[in-house]
Design a protein around this ligand. Structure first.
Ligand SMILES: Cc1cc2nc3c(=O)[nH]c(=O)nc-3n(C[C@H](O)[C@H](O)[C@H](O)COP(=O)(O)O)c2cc1C
Length: 328
């Protein structure tokens, strides 16, 4: 029987499929279900910095006497922060008690503010690791790429300094020099990098002229950007890589492992098909390993990475020249 255990940023995982951070992983019952279906780890839904700020604002708006004195505002703001954090710490603790697989806490940062110290409390609540989901939208016309990128380094430096558990950075592909930035990020003290996060996309209702939400879930066709970058960065960074976005079945899981991922993080397929899909994906992985005579994952993780294939330029090719696109 093939051994499908792996390691991810120093954590031992019994399988390479991680239930990604989402609203699904915001309840103890679902975390237990993910573990029952074979997940190697679970990343809890994120504690969003913006959510904490909004909650503070709502509490302030609902308080008619908010002009009493400035300290009252400070108190409400602190209370809201504490309330959101305490709920989150309770979730970490209950999930960690309920399952034997690593429970990874997740924080979403938009600044490197004081609240980064929450990371220490998450560690204290029993989190086995911490995933920092950072995205600085490159939409401010007055800010340079270097200024935006500095925020990532500030956040990661502060978080990794404040905890002893391994920290992963979950990033987007919005970097002008992806390889160089990813290389520097990977050496900033983190244990892993997750490529890539999936974002809310705004859409337009052409009849009502209103903004609406674009498709929330990924499709299987969304795999390829992450696959390319896992393959291009594998073996060239100072930390482990995990793949996220578009992994919908056993075949795409195997592709990401071949490209160099130590694990994959899945969300959309769990919303669409349920946690049982993890078991099906792992069964497909075991069948594949048996067919190819692989006893362990490390016998083929990275076998198709850019540095390992005979035609590495294939990963850098981006234009649909007729010769390469199989279109007549
Ligand atoms: C409904 C939904 C909620 C999500 N919430 C979070 C979140 O709280 N924190 C986070 O880091 N990622 C979040 N994600 C991103 C997922 O963790 C995952 O990285 C992304 O969806 C790509 O994987 P997929 O193609 O398997 O969906 C969310 C995704 C979805 C679809």
């Amino acid at each position: 029987m093939a051994d499908i255990s792996t390691t991810w940023m120093g954590l031992d995982l019994r399988s390479p499929v991680i239930a990604a951070s989402s609203t699904l992983t915001g309840s103890v019952d679902n975390v237990v279900e993910a573990a029952r279906c074979g997940a190697g780890a679970v990343v809890l839904k994120s504690l969003f910095e913006e959510e904490i700020l909004m909650e503070s604002a709502e509490n302030l708006a609902g308080n008619e006497q908010r002009f009493w004195y400035g300290q009252a505002e400070d108190y409400i703001r602190e209370y809201s922060r504490g309330d959101a954090l305490n709920r989150y710490l309770a979730l970490i603790q209950e999930c960690s008690d309920a399952v034997s697989v690593p429970v990874i806490a997740s924080i979403n940062c938009v600044t490197s503010g004081e609240w980064v110290s929450f990371a220490r409390e998450m560690e204290g609540a029993g989190a086995a690791g911490l995933e920092v989901n950072i995205f600085v939208p490159p939409s401010d016309t007055s800010r340079t790429g270097a200024e935006n990128e500095q925020i990532y380094f500030d956040v990661l430096e502060r978080v990794t300094r404040s905890v002893h558990i391994p920290v992963a950075a979950k990033i987007s592909s919005y970097f002008s020099s992806m390889s160089e930035t990813a290389g520097r990020l990977s050496r900033s003290g983190i244990g892993g990098m997750v490529l890539f996060n999936r974002f809310f996309s705004p859409d337009i209702d052409i009849e009502t002229f209103a903004l609406k939400a674009g498709p929330v879930f990924s499709t299987a066709g969304d795999l390829y950007q992450s696959l390319r970058w896992i393959a291009m960065l594998s073996g060239r960074t100072g930390c482990d890589l995990a793949a996220s976005t578009g992994v919908h079945d056993g075949e795409s899981l195997i592709k990401q492992l071949l490209a160099g991922a130590k694990a994959v993080e899945v969300a959309s397929v769990l919303y669409r098909k349920g946690f049982e899909e993890i078991r099906i994906m792992l069964g497909e992985l075991e069948d594949y390993m048996d067919r190819h005579g692989f006893a362990r994952l490390d016998e083929f993780i990275g076998r198709m990475a850019m540095g390992a294939v005979q035609n590495p330029a294939g990963y850098e090719r981006v234009q649909f020249m007729k010769h390469f696109s199989n279109i007549s």
